[in-house]
Design a protein around this ligand. Structure first.
Ligand code: ZN
Length: 359
């Protein structure tokens, strides 16, 4: 089924104002997501709300601007703040945090997220630009929840991001020349702290690779995605993190190109892997990403990146994913040097990439 367009939201002002505008613009979407999520957890929702208190405290203390923006979103969408906040705490929704006194996951979501990434800079790219290719795999219903959101917060770099529900950022780039892509990981040391989903918002508010790295590695984090932080100056760093540890890989250590999917690759991080049963489904996509990095070294450009996102080798566990708990809900190609993003909603083999400019 072809998807041709994605709703676009633009918000400008203080952190609260930006959040409020997004909340108003995405009101039907956010209210539907809240109702759906609450229904999914039933009576367990009240327990999860109590358990989210330390996550809220950590976020309020460490990321006050993000916290304020979230207040704006909840107000704009007319959703109780505590519910909206809990919708960002994957560590609780996926029942990752152990020793939390819960009897059972009572409907905890399947760990159904997947993503495949190829990130390349000179000398791996044809034109010396920084090129990023990202396939985002989620429950197919998420296709209807995607938006392209422009965050213009006073005194922060402007951000163009693909979100779920208008505000929950999946990937993005900012006009300070940074981009964030990456993959979900499943770690065994998740704990109360700053939700990884909120760290993403903070990383994109930074202006330098060093600041973005610090944002990704805050000691107060609850867990971590595999965060791929790219800079238009040609540096790309893969931050394969968990709550308590992280391994950094720089693109220049790998001939300019990095590849990652949904399992730990660094030998020092393998002990944190919590999803052994699904490792093979991630390893097939990673093998293809590494194939592209090697085979097309020095030639990576728009066409190679687009071909990567449409790759069906190892189907059904392919980069362009059509079957299973998660399917490809969008593909993004980024030329960070030129500040351009191309987006295909749905499977990229069936949908055209549409260009979007940062400014
Ligand atoms: Zn396909």
């Amino acid at each position: 089924m072809p998807f041709t367009s994605i709703p676009i939201i633009a918000a400008r002002g203080t952190a609260y104002e930006v959040g409020y505008q997004i909340g108003v613009a995405a009101l039907p979407l956010l209210r539907a997501m809240r109702a759906e999520t609450r229904a999914e957890y039933g009576a367990g929702w009240e327990t999860l709300l109590r358990q989210s208190a330390p996550f809220q405290n950590a976020t309020r203390q460490q990321l006050p601007r993000v916290f304020t923006e979230m207040r704006g979103v909840a107000d704009g969408a007319q959703i109780p703040f505590d519910d909206f906040f809990l919708m960002s705490v994957e560590e609780l929704l996926y029942a990752e945090v152990k020793d939390n006194g819960l009897d059972a996951p009572y409907g905890a979501r399947e760990k159904s997220k997947g993503c495949s990434d190829l990130a390349a800079a000179s000398p791996a790219t044809r034109d010396g630009h920084v090129w990023l290719a990202h396939n985002n795999d989620l429950d197919a219903r998420a296709r209807e929840q995607l938006t392209l959101t422009r965050f213009c917060v006073t005194d922060e770099p402007e951000i163009l991001a693909v979100t779920v529900g208008g505000w929950f950022i999946s990937i993005g780039m900012n006009n300070a020349g940074l981009a964030l892509t990456g993959n979900q990981l499943n770690a065994n040391d998740s704990r109360a702290g700053i939700p990884r989903l909120l760290a993403v918002r903070d990383i994109l508010a930074q202006r330098t690779v060093d600041a973005a790295l610090n944002a990704a590695l805050r000691p107060e984090r609850a867990s971590s995605y595999n965060n791929i932080i790219s800079s238009r100056d040609g540096r790309i760093v893969n931050v394969e993190g968990s709550a308590t540890a992280a391994a950094l890989t720089w693109s220049h250590e790998r001939g300019g190109a990095l590849a990652h999917t949904n399992h730990y690759l660094a030998p020092d991080m393998e002990r944190f892997e919590a999803d052994e049963p699904h490792l093979a489904m991630s390893a097939t996509r990673c093998a293809r990403a590494l194939d592209y990095a090697r085979k097309y070294h020095g030639e990576i450009d728009f066409e190679i990146c687009a071909r990567f996102t449409r790759d069906h080798v190892y189907a059904p566990w392919s980069v362009c994913k059509h079957a299973g708990q998660s399917v490809t809900v969008f593909s993004a190609l980024i030329d960070l040097t030129a500040a351009k993003l191309w987006l295909a909603v749905g499977n990229p083999c069936q949908n055209e990439f549409v260009a979007h400019e940062l400014n």
